[in-house]
Design a protein around this ligand. Structure first.
Ligand SMILES: *Cc1c(COP(=O)(O)O)cnc(C)c1O
Length: 386
């Protein structure tokens, strides 16, 4: 059956049919503890009752409305999402379906903002080495990892990369005569869970504000509560001009959003951008449940507590194969001295699902609803495997 799929993924030999809470079951009735949440997507776990109810009820009501008209549930979702991102200065949203599509929208906003104000030539977008921004030609161009740049050129022009953490290099790269925007993940996901230094983010925000370069946060993996604040950028106390969200925002239903603030909310005009499925009522109904749940201070505090607990347990092992433990909230990367993939496979065989990032980093993105008991179980398995 796998021969039917184009050969894009290195898939493990397990077929899931059902999920409940932090657990998944395969076709043979085996159970697995989920420390991946579908790569930060199933943030409320599997079969979360309010989410199931909202999606089912919406499916029975109406499940697509074209962009010729309006949808009550998309409007309610947009209102709640913009309110959730208002502390970061966000005022309006464009609804799409995936992370890459959201970042494409952000790049278009940066280009147009600059073009309208300064004319052509100021079209460059700076991104970070090690970043991941998506798989379309433009978002691949934005992705600061060589391995993604083979075979698919020519790419969209105008992206340049800076080493994360190097404030001088950033200062030089953010040339106000040629650069429209800076796109960055406050906590890099695919490259191994790398939170940016506060001084770096603060400097980036200052350079961008002084030079009228748009500061754009890709919070597709680190947003929606993952790090213990609704937006990961909140922890740095800076206000971006654009935020992109996707993955966990609708708890498992495809979604992607671009949010804009004072400078950017009105950059797009009628006819500038669009998306057939964007604002889909099923995704919106699901997103409302995620927003209602995740935004509660008590819920966010639990994410931080559980994340700290995982890191504490990992550190307490003093394990000779663990080199470094990083992360915020329930977004944790562990550098190990051995290859990550065999650890992944051995964990799977023991009933634990984990992710890797690169060759020597384990990545944990458990659902927010994971219990202390389940954390203990998962880490016991991992300790044995290591
Ligand atoms: C996953 C991811 C994307 C791409 O999202 P898709 O929905 O796969 O297009 C972009 N940026 C970051 C930070 C991501 O983690």
């Amino acid at each position: 059956m796998t021969d039917l799929f184009m050969n894009t993924y290195h898939r493990l030999p397990v077929t899931f049919v059902k999920g409940e809470g932090a657990w998944l079951s395969d076709v043979n009735g085996n159970h697995y503890l989920d420390f991946t949440a579908g790569i930060a997507v199933n943030c409320l776990g599997h079969g979360y009752p309010a989410l199931v109810k909202a999606i089912s009820a919406q499916a029975a009501r109406i499940n697509h409305v074209s962009n010729y008209y309006q949808s009550d549930v998309s409007l309610a979702f947009a209102e709640k999402l913009v309110a959730a991102c208002a502390p970061a200065g966000m005022q309006k949203v464009f609804l799409a379906n995936s992370g890459a599509e959201a970042n494409e929208g952000a790049c278009k906003i940066a280009r147009k903002y600059s073009f309208k104000k300064y004319g052509g030539g100021r079209h460059r977008i700076v991104t970070l080495k090690g970043s991941f921004h998506g798989r379309t030609i433009t978002t691949l161009a934005a992705t600061g990892q060589e391995k993604f740049h083979q075979n698919f050129g020519p790419f969209t022009e105008g992206f340049l990369f800076v080493p994360p953490g190097d404030i001088d290099a950033l200062d030089r790269a953010l040339d106000p005569s040629s650069v429209a925007g800076l796109l960055m993940e406050p906590v890099q996901g695919e490259s191994g869970i790398i939170p940016q230094e506060e001084a770096y983010i603060k400097a980036a925000a200052r350079f961008c504000a002084d030079r009228d370069i748009l500061l754009m946060f890709d919070e597709i993996q680190c947003g929606v509560g993952r790090t213990g604040t609704f937006l990961a950028g909140e922890a740095y106390g800076v206000k971006p001009d654009v935020v992109t969200l996707a993955k966990g925002l609708s708890g498992g239903v495809p979604v992607g959003t671009v949010l804009g603030g004072k400078k950017t909310a009105d950059v797009f005009e009628v006819g500038d951008h669009g998306s057939t499925f964007g604002g889909n009522p099923l995704a919106a109904a699901a997103g409302l449940v995620v927003l209602d749940t995740v935004q509660k201070p008590q819920f966010l505090q639990e994410i931080r507590r559980k994340g700290d607990k995982i890191q504490e347990i990992l550190r307490s092992w003093n394990h000779p194969k663990i080199r470094e433990i990083r992360g915020r909230g329930l977004m944790i990367g562990v550098d190990i001295t051995v290859e990550a993939w065999p650890v992944l496979e051995a964990s799977l065989a023991q009933g634990l699902l984990i992710l890797s990032a690169g060759t020597h980093t384990l990545r944990f993105l458990p659902p927010y609803i994971i219990s202390d008991n389940e954390i203990g179980q998962a880490l016991n398995i991992l300790q044995q495997v290591l």
